[in-house]
Design a protein around this ligand. Structure first.
Ligand code: 4AD
Length: 435
């Protein structure tokens, strides 16, 4: 009786050395001579090489191998060998192959292409090395976030994406018609997460956030994903400890699970590992302003930091750094007022080093009914839209804190990607709505 050939995935090749296996794959690239064809293959789990030697296969198989075009899908059958020359470490000596789907004139060739072209072809570009590695790491960050939140006793609460009011300022809203009235795409799930925290204690939301930001920077998307934990009976100091533990957990999971991807992206693992060392420094906004001024920055108390300031501050400490207690005037209405100062709120932004910018924004929430109501009025918001939110202070208000982690900012930080568009499968920016 002949043994059945197992169908495996490339990532498992190490378990089949010396065995004949079958793999469904796509051809990335091909090179060779009259006697040998090297097939660069990928299957969504990893990348490796299939070697077709004329001397070892039938004439028909060799001719078929030579005629394969970029991105043809195929089954390859052959024996797995160790391959010390490749970083993957294994290859296949192909004995047979079967074409499944042909591919002609694939537009993304091995030559250099411009970024615009690659993102016009994003539906195909996803198949390539860098996007593959980046988005695999994104996947780890999502999975590890659920793991962490579950192990910390959080309940996932799904916030709506269609809302009737603003939470993060009224200038960056995407408005849409909702059966004759105005609706807005959610900028944050936070206000709903606060309602959830009063019901479940510790909750987190995870969903897209929409901001009609005109800013064209390498850190801004108009649609990005945010993880927003919200904790009842928790003051800000405890929240900061939770935040840094969460970030260190995420980084350690990527180091554990994505070695292949970090190598593809040439991300320095020792540098990443250094960011798992806690605690992260806490610097008051006041001190941050002084530090910037002492280092030649033209900033005055009251301004929001731009990218050069954020980069300087985090690089100064060579770690993610919390900037705490920002001026009230530049922060959202729901942030709790400082107990002894009128001009600042109990907030913290976590700035990543190496120029990756703000990855977390958070605060303790104003839990006093009258103060919160006054803040809503002060900001000229429509009170009737916030009555339900004020109910959370009317009926058993408690101290509570929360924060939002920008997933794509975190992805760029961990992967070392230059631009945030790389960190999401189909980026939405001021100049990009397709594909
Ligand atoms: O600081 P932000 O605006 O905070 C909130 O939305 C709060 N409601 C969060 C909370 O307390 N529950 O945004 C949080 C994070 C930022 O630190 C940043 O990482 C990311 O979201 N972010 C963006 N990412 C990509 N593109 C944009 N336009 C972003 N705006 C914010």
């Amino acid at each position: 009786m002949t043994e059945k050939i197992p169908t495996i995935q490339i990532i498992d090749a190490k378990n089949y050395v010396g065995k004949t296996v079958k793999i469904g794959a796509w051809l990335r690239q091909k090179r060779g001579s009259g006697k040998i064809a090297f097939l660069q293959l990928r299957d969504g789990t990893a990348f490796f090489q299939g070697v077709v030697a004329k001397a070892d296969v039938s004439e028909a198989v060799f001719e078929k191998a030579k005629s394969l075009k970029q991105e043809t899908s195929l089954y390859v059958i052959g024996e797995i060998h160790e391959d010390s020359r490749s970083s993957f470490g294994y290859e296949m000596a192909v004995s047979d192959l079967e074409v499944i789907g042909e591919s002609h004139d694939y537009p993304i060739t091995p030559k250099e292409h411009g970024t615009d072209f690659l993102f016009d072809e994003r539906h195909l570009y996803l198949r390539h090395l860098k996007p593959f590695a980046t988005l695999k790491i994104r996947n780890t960050l999502i999975a590890a976030s659920y793991e962490f939140m579950n192990q910390e006793g959080f309940t996932k609460l799904d916030a709506p994406f269609l809302t009737g009011s603003a939470a993060e300022g009224t200038t960056e809203l995407f408005e849409t018609d909702y059966f004759g009235e105005s609706a807005f795409l959610a900028q944050t799930g936070q206000l709903y997460a606060e309602a959830g925290a009063m019901a479940f204690g510790k909750v987190f939301t995870f969903g897209p956030a929409f901001r009609a930001e005109k800013s064209k920077t390498r850190r801004h998307l108009t649609e990005f994903w945010m993880i927003e934990p919200e904790m009842a009976f928790m003051h800000q100091e405890e929240s900061l400890v939770f935040q840094e533990r969460y970030i260190a957990f995420l980084i350690s999971k990527v180091l554990e699970r994505n070695e292949q991807e970090l190598d593809i992206l040439e991300r320095d693992k020792d540098v990443l590992r250094s960011y798992t060392q806690l605690p992260y420094p806490r610097v008051s906004y006041d001190d941050a302003i002084k530090l910037l001024q002492d280092n030649g920055f033209d900033v005055e108390w009251g301004v929001d930091f731009g990218s050069p300031e954020e980069t300087f501050l985090a690089n100064h400490f060579a770690k993610p750094v919390f900037i705490i207690n920002y001026p009230k005037a530049i922060k959202a209405f729901y942030m709790k007022k400082h107990p002894t100062r009128d001009d600042v709120v109990i907030s913290a932004d976590l700035l990543a080093p190496e120029g990756y910018g703000e990855i977390i924004g958070g605060s303790e929430r104003e839990d006093d009914y009258d103060t919160l109501k006054a803040r809503i009025e002060e900001q000229g918001l429509d009170m009737s839209e916030y009555e339900w939110y004020l109910d959370l202070r009317r009926y058993g208000s408690v101290p509570h804190s929360g924060f939002g982690l920008g997933l794509e900012r975190m992805v760029t930080f961990v992967t070392g990607e230059e631009h945030i568009r790389e960190a999401i499968p189909f980026p939405r920016m001021t100049n990009r709505l397709r594909p």
